[in-house]
Each structure stands twice: as C-alpha cells, then as structure tokens.
Ligand binder design. Sequence first.
Ligand code: NAI
Length: 400
Amino acid sequence: MIIEPIISGVVARSAHPIGCQQSVLNQINYVQQAKPITATGPKKVLILGASSGFGLASRIALAFGGAQADTIGVSFERGPSDKGVGTAGWYNNIYFKQQAEKAGLIAKNFVGDAFSPALREQVVDYINREFGGKVDLVIYSLATGVRPDPQTNELWRSVIKTTGEPFTGHMVSLETDEFMPMTLETATNDEIEATVKVMGGEDWQSWINVLAKADVLAQGCKTFAYSYIGPEQTYPIYHYGTLGRAKAHLHQTAQQLDQQLTEIGGSAHVAVCKALVTKASVFIPTFSPYILALYKVMKAKGTHEGCIEQMQRLYADKVYNVNQVEVDANGLIRVDDWELAADVQAEVRQLMAQMDASNYAQIGDYQGYKTEFMQLNGFELVGVDYQQDIDINELAKLQP
Ligand code: NAI
C-alpha cells in the first residue's frame, strides 16, 4: 500500500515507517558529527518516554553522540493492525534498536504503560537479569494527558488552560492550515490539581523510588526531566497556566530527588528546553503563533535547534563534559538560553504583533512548522520514496 498522511486537527492519524527510519538515521548522523558527549559519560541509561520528541533525541544522543550508552526505552505506542499502520514512535523504536544493535549497543524497548506497577517490575527485572544490574542515568520524558491514580486506578486527566483571566489568542490547524482565534479558559482548582498529578513530578519520584528500592541505581546515578518556561508573552498560556503549575511541581521534585540521591552520590535536575514542534507541543492551544515567529527569527539568526540539537548540546555542553552540571540560580539547566536571548524575543514580539490570518504563513515560519510536524510522523523526509509500495504484513513482523 501507499501510505498517505492523515491529519485531524493537530493529530496525525498515520505514520510512514520508512520516513521514521530516515528520521532516526538523520538524527544519528547529526550527533555523530556534533561536539561529542564524553566517552566517560553514561553507559547504562533508562529513558521513560523514549519513542519521540526529546526522549528519542536523548536516546540517540547518548547512544551515538559520544558516550555509546546502552539504553532501555519505555514508551506507549501502537504497532500495525487492522486499525492502521501504527504510530511513528513504534517505528522509531524499531529502527533505533536496529541501528544501536548494529553498533554493538544494547537497545531494549518496553512498549506499555509507564504508570503501571507491572511495567516497572519488568524493567527492574530486566536491569537485574540482562542489563548489568544498574543504570547510571534515568531520563523522565513522558508527555501524556492521563495518569491512573496508583491507589484507586481512577484516571487523572490533565487540561491545558490558563489560571487567572481567560486568554485569547490564535491557533493554526495543521489539518486545514487555517489561523483561527481561540480562547484559553481559566482552569478550576480541580483541573489544576489533576494536571499537576499527570505532568508534575510525582510519577518521576515514584519511578526513582522503585529503582532505588530495587537497588538498581548505580553510584553517582543522575536523573533528568524536561521542562518549559518560555518568555513573558507566553506566560498566560504556559508558565502561569496549568502546565506551568505542573512544571513548578516537577522543579520542586528535582530538588527533593537531588537531596535523596546524595546518598548514592547521585543528582537530579530539570533541563528547561526550547519550544519545539512535537506530538505533545502542537496540542497546546494558542501556542502555535509563538512557535511560528520563534522559528522564523531563530532560523534567520542561525540559532534554531530541533530536539536532537538540543539534547546533544544538553549532554555534551551542560552535563557530561563539565566538572559540575551547569545550572542557573534556581538549579535549572537552561537549554532555552538561545530562545530567550533578548534580541530573539524582541524580534519575536514584533512579528507576533503583525501576525494575522492573512499573513501568518509569511510572517511566521509556517512552512517549517508544518514540515517538522509531518517529519515527526515520517512524511516529507528527503530521500524517501513515498510512492514505494509498503507491505504491512512484512512490517508487522518487525518488533520493537
Ligand atoms: P512527545 O509526545 O514527543 O513524547 C512523549 C513520550 O512519552 C513518547 O515516547 C510517548 O510514547 C511516551 N508516553 C506517553 N504516555 C506514556 C505512557 N503512559 N507510558 C509510557 N510512555 C508514554 O513529547 P515531548 O514534547 O518530547 O515531551 C517530553 C517532555 O519534554 C515533556 O515533559 C515536555 O513537557 C517537555 N518539553 C517539551 C517541549 C516542547 O516544545 N515540545 C519544550 C520543553 C519541554
């Protein structure tokens, strides 16, 4: 069959396996030529949320960008079935593993619900039996809308809303390419609480507790989670919104974990990253005009980075080639430094002030935004023959 992109709203309903393979190869190629993470960097890494976005980029950087780490990746993805070809993350897992194994590295994938106790047990068991008994780095990069309460199994559902006054902005539909007005409503206290439960630090803490109790954290083990803050003009959408509340909780959790891990000479940090197009971020209402303007400005200045550039720079420049993890006054690692540069933000504000439904694609980098979104799902990659007939039965034989 010929696989076509299917988009509804801001969600991709199909993925191109060969394109996903190409995207993994492109990312490997990038880190192999970038400033390397030291060879004395981490060797045994567990990545929660490893199949796309920042988690996948972290995995690729740590395996191929100098440290040559063995990795365990946990993700929630779907393979091919009568319902469709499967998700991009499913194929990313498969093709990452193929390449890692070719390079002599271990790449184990667990596809399932990272919140479930059963999956945690399987991961611990695998570390003990086949992964040398310890991990020296744990990356927490889950992005999701739901988390079951471990006590009752009832689901907490995160919402993306503001706090304080409702915020009116615009949104671009990736399905129809329309620039539409949109209002972000004010969250209730219950909604804020639920979002903190889903996207805050509680589950990160719980994973580290499980791993510590099972004694599978190596001496000096580090752990990282990813966050976003952004410039003031996006505060109503993110920093002062429900997501920002969840991230504040994540930042507090890092401090607690950092204390806790001193026992084994380890540490915990949050890395604040740049706004980027990922499966998770396109979902944030009223955020796209900012990304369109940001891409335009940063590309013109030559400072634009994608997930892979961000993660390679994080681990090569701020974490492993330095005596001490490089942090700001609040203990946060800042790889959003280039995004927040004063000259970048001044130009972004100017562009956003001019942006409307008639000109957003010229004023902002809509082309770049959309191409990145398509590429996340394996489409529009250079060098891939999209007219090639894909045999789904053959694909179904590939297992992550
Ligand atoms: P993404 O959607 O590309 O990746 C999320 C990952 O979580 C995937 O591997 C997915 O399979 C996995 N996942 C989701 N639910 C799961 C479950 N129940 N069990 C197992 N795996 C599950 O998201 P992205 O954007 O890479 O986000 C990762 C982190 O980076 C988040 O904390 C996000 O807030 C943060 N971040 C994102 C920014 C952006 O602009 N995209 C900017 C700064 C931080």
